[in-house]
Design a protein around this ligand. Structure first.
Ligand code: NAD
Length: 369
């Protein structure tokens, strides 16, 4: 097998589904996990795609991730739902939590969903897109506990929190249109992207990482291994990004009851996400009659800014709004297939073997046999 294989989305979905099923999940769970991970790849976020499967399956085998779990309601205050994810697959817990929140937002105009204690919920844009598809506006704040910190605070030289993503999604203004989805880690890059760079033997951009002494480095390997202290990713945007990351940690960790990352609060060695979501029905707000037109006009206005010379124009041709890069990637990868590097594919095949799926079966499901 060469450096990278190209796999059609439906075949990759089938291969992942097969392995998740073999891990003990029911059909619905296996389908939700496979579709979620493959969509992340389609959207161009390989960091949150099928490359996560080996970690998930290891967690299943070691019983750190509970198969076929559902979120339980630990507090119900009408427009506020407090949920516990029971360390189930985040792809199911996130989906069901958003469904519950959307229903409540239809009823009350707004719902705050406080979700704690879910296994990794993946690409947060997925949850924004689910809310937007239901006609809702949603913001999501997510922290990560159960694993060591990864990101250094502004002015600090070691990691104190994780890549704490923030997402805001607004629904499409017309039927069949596309939502606006700002979905970003508050670190300069997501940890999964550091892993992807390491697997590909690539460096990361300058001013992204620091080593364990606080010195700049472009070597992704600094974030992996168990020999001595690791390096850290920098927060985006200096003190402002670092400030936002702290707010995200507090909303998602302290307010949900899922906990924040401090003083060894990561000993579980399992990716655990907590998410604070605010889901709003725009039909109940002051701009109910005009927001669609305003949104369309403003996006048009922003995109009409003449393209500046440089990297963005070379890559995209002009101004994009959040969510567009992902949609372009999805269109391209649906047509051309999803590239999966050999290291990642090898890890997926091994994950399959650990739950009794032979390499031939995984390769055949992926159309590689
Ligand atoms: P990114 O930097 O690729 O994109 C961030 C946002 O910027 C996106 O909304 C994108 O549409 C927009 N964007 C990108 N290029 C643009 C351009 N040229 N013009 C206009 N807009 C543009 O994303 P990221 O910060 O690397 O995050 C990657 C993924 O990692 C996200 O899906 C995030 O939710 C996920 N994540 C998850 C966790 C977790 O614990 N579950 C932790 C961290 C990150």
């Amino acid at each position: 097998m060469g450096g990278t294989v190209s796999i059609k989305a439906e075949n990759l979905t089938a291969a992942v589904r097969h392995i998740v099923l073999a891990g003990g999940s029911n059909e619905r769970e296996a389908a939700l996990v496979a579709e979620n991970l493959v969509l992340a790849n389609l959207m161009g976020h390989d960091s949150h795609g099928v490359g996560m499967l080996p970690q998930y399956i290891l967690a299943v085998v070691e019983k750190r991730l509970k198969v076929n779990a559902a979120p339980s309601v630990v507090g119900d205050h009408g427009a506020i739902l407090n949920l516990d994810g029971n360390m189930g697959y985040g792809q199911v817990i996130g989906h069901d939590a958003m469904e519950m929140g959307i229903r409540r937002a239809r009823e009350h105009g707004v719902c705050i969903v406080s979700l704690r204690n879910s296994h990794h919920i993946g690409r947060i844009g997925h949850w924004g897109e689910q809310c937007a598809a239901a006609g809702m506006v949603a913001t999501h704040y997510v922290n990560v506990v159960g694993r060591p910190p990864l990101v250094a605070p502004f002015g600090g030289s070691d990691a104190r929190f994780a890549t704490n993503p923030y997402c805001c999604a607004l629904p499409a203004v017309e039927d069949g249109g596309e939502p606006i989805v700002l979905d970003m880690a508050t670190s300069k890059i997501a940890m999964g992207k550091v892993r992807v760079a390491m697997n590909k033997g690539e460096k990361v951009a300058p001013e992204t990482l620091i080593d364990s002494h606080g010195h700049p480095t472009d070597d992704p390997r600094i974030m992996f291994g168990n020999k001595g202290p690791l390096g850290a990713i920098l927060a985006f945007g200096g003190h402002k990004g670092s400030g936002l990351a702290v707010i995200v940690e507090l909303l998602a960790g302290a307010l949900t009851g899922g906990g924040t990352l401090h003083d060894g609060n990561w000993q579980r060695n399992t990716i655990t996400n907590n998410m604070f979501s605010v889901i709003v029905d725009p039909a109940r707000l002051g701009g109910a009659d005009t927001w669609r037109a305003e949104l369309a006009d403003f996006v048009k206005w922003v995109k009409a800014s003449p393209a500046a010379p440089g990297e963005n124009t070379e890559k995209w041709g002009g101004v994009l709004v959040a969510g567009e890069p992902e949609r372009r990637s999805r269109a391209r990868r649906l047509a051309e297939g999803i590239p999966v590097d050999a290291t990642t594919w090898g890890e997926i095949v091994e994950a399959g073997k650990s739950v009794g799926v032979g390499a031939n079966q995984t390769n055949a499901a992926a159309g590689l046999a």
